[in-house]
Design a protein around this ligand. Structure first.
Ligand code: E4P
Length: 225
């Protein structure tokens, strides 16, 4: 089970990559432009923060298979490390995925709304499929249901393709995606942070400290009494 951060914000990436067991970064064009800076410099900086082993997903903008393949080759060469080119599941995107499979450039198929889009992307050679849970929920669909269907289809037919669930707006969607067997999730910094937060945890820690310090004194810990 992998946990990725869906952001290009360097400060957030530095902080959360240091603190939490983060397996990589996903971005999309909207996320990139929020940072209002040079694209390639930004991506290279993200790569240098997370190192070469962690996954980094960057999306193409081309509308023909040829344009997408050219972008993928450029990005793969410039960024390096454990790189995935994110390609939307359009007709031309699927054609590009087949070509990139032959060239051994790893693909994550994105903008997935239905399980059958995921199936076609898997057949075309995508390593990950990225269903948009909250965007599906927003059109009265069942985002986690789509995750579950793809997990089931991939298992039934022995695909190596994995589900990387995305577009979360709350932690309950993530919990349900995990229960549906998603192989990975990606979410924004605030949602990842909320996975851990609970006032009862904070209260419990405060009580333990209070009890301990009543007995041993302020600032005393297990290694200095
Ligand atoms: C992930 O890879 C997607 O680009 C992203 O999660 C979309 O999320 P949003 O629906 O919150 O914009």
């Amino acid at each position: 089970m992998l946990i990725l951060l869906d952001t290009a914000n360097l400060e957030g990436i530095r902080k959360l990559n240091d603190m939490y067991p983060i397996d990589g970064i996903t971005t999309n064009p909207s996320i990139i432009v929020k940072e209002k800076t040079n694209f390639i410099d930004l991506i290279k900086e993200i790569r240098s923060i997370i190192g070469t082993d962690k996954m980094l997903h960057v999306q193409t903008l081309g509308t023909t298979a040829l344009e997408i393949v050219e972008e993928a080759e450029y990005l793969n060469e410039k960024i390096g490390g454990n790189f995935y080119v994110k390609i939307p599941v359009t007709d031309e995107g699927i054609k590009a995925m087949k070509i990139l499979k032959e060239k051994s450039i790893k693909v994550s198929a994105t903008s997935i709304i239905t399980a059958l889009q995921g199936l076609i992307a898997a057949k075309a050679g995508a390593e990950y499929v990225i269903p948009y849970v909250n965007r599906i929920d927003n059109i009265s669909g069942d985002g986690v249901g789509v995750v579950s269907e793809m997990v089931c289809i991939f298992e039934a037919y022995g695909f190596k393709t994995k589900v990387l669930a995305a577009s979360f707006k709350n932690v309950d969607q993530i919990k349900r995606a995990c229960l549906a067997g998603t192989h990975a999730i990606t979410a924004a910094q605030d949602i990842i942070t909320q996975l851990l937060q609970h006032p009862l945890t904070d209260w419990s820690v405060e009580q333990f400290t209070k009890d301990w310090e009543n007995m041993y004194g302020k600032g005393k810990r297990t290694n200095n009494i």
